[in-house]
Design a protein around this ligand. Structure first.
Ligand code: GRF
Length: 203
């Protein structure tokens, strides 16, 4: 099934670019129906426009609650007939409102091997802890931060001389590889959820 994909961003949009390129090259059976940013200055908006994808800015300020903002997100996504939502550096927590509107169809990418190092600054957390291996995780989103069932992971070594920046860059290269691949698994309909386990995911 061709995904009608909504991509939520807040920043520079390199994962968004990887998704757009994969779709253009037919490695990903998806139409990017909407790129939505909560921040008007997100660099990813230009990335989307360069690739001919529709964009919308929906600032999160001024809503009475997280649920109210999520209601506006759902409306914007539905207006473009979005059936699958990919978070790509979106810096807002989601409420159940969005998750209930797209059950089992909201995914996220995180720059660590979950369940290790959820939340902000995952690369710094990995360096501070002293792990020798870290990586990237694509997972279904639930109401806890960086927590839902895992679809794909990739392992990245930590080098002695790594800084947060060099490690982030090495992880990012893997993010760009596994995010489109995980979305393609979703498009192919091959994934199945058994409890917390995703059957048919990538190693
Ligand atoms: C990525 O590291 C992603 O894993 C995290 O936010 C960052 C977004 O980067 N959730 P970009 O905007 O896709 O370049």
């Amino acid at each position: 099934m061709t995904l009608n994909l909504g991509v939520l961003i807040s920043g520079r949009g390199t994962n968004l670019r990887a998704i757009l390129v994969a779709a253009a090259e037919r490695r990903l059976d998806a139409r990017i129906a909407l790129v939505l940013s909560n921040r008007p200055d997100a660099g990813g908006l230009e990335v989307a426009t360069r690739h001919g994808a529709p964009t919308q800015v929906l600032p999160h300020q001024g809503y009475a609650s997280r649920a109210a903002y999520d209601g506006a997100l759902v409306e914007a996504l539905r207006a473009r007939a979005v059936d699958t939502v990919a978070l790509a550096g979106f810096d807002r927590l989601l409420s159940g409102v969005l998750l209930k509107a797209f059950p089992g169809r909201v995914v996220n990418i995180h720059p660590a091997l979950l369940p290790a190092f959820p939340g902000l600054h995952a690369q710094r957390q990995a360096l501070d802890y002293g792990v020798r291996l870290t990586g990237a995780t694509v997972h279904f989103v639930d109401e806890e931060v960086d927590h839902g069932p895992i679809i794909a992971q990739a392992v990245v070594p930590v080098r002695d001389d790594d800084t947060e920046e060099t490690l982030a860059e090495r992880i990012l290269a893997e993010e760009h590889r596994i995010y489109p691949a995980a979305l393609q698994l979703l498009a192919s309909g091959r994934l199945r959820l058994e409890g917390r386990r995703v059957v048919g995911g990538l190693p």
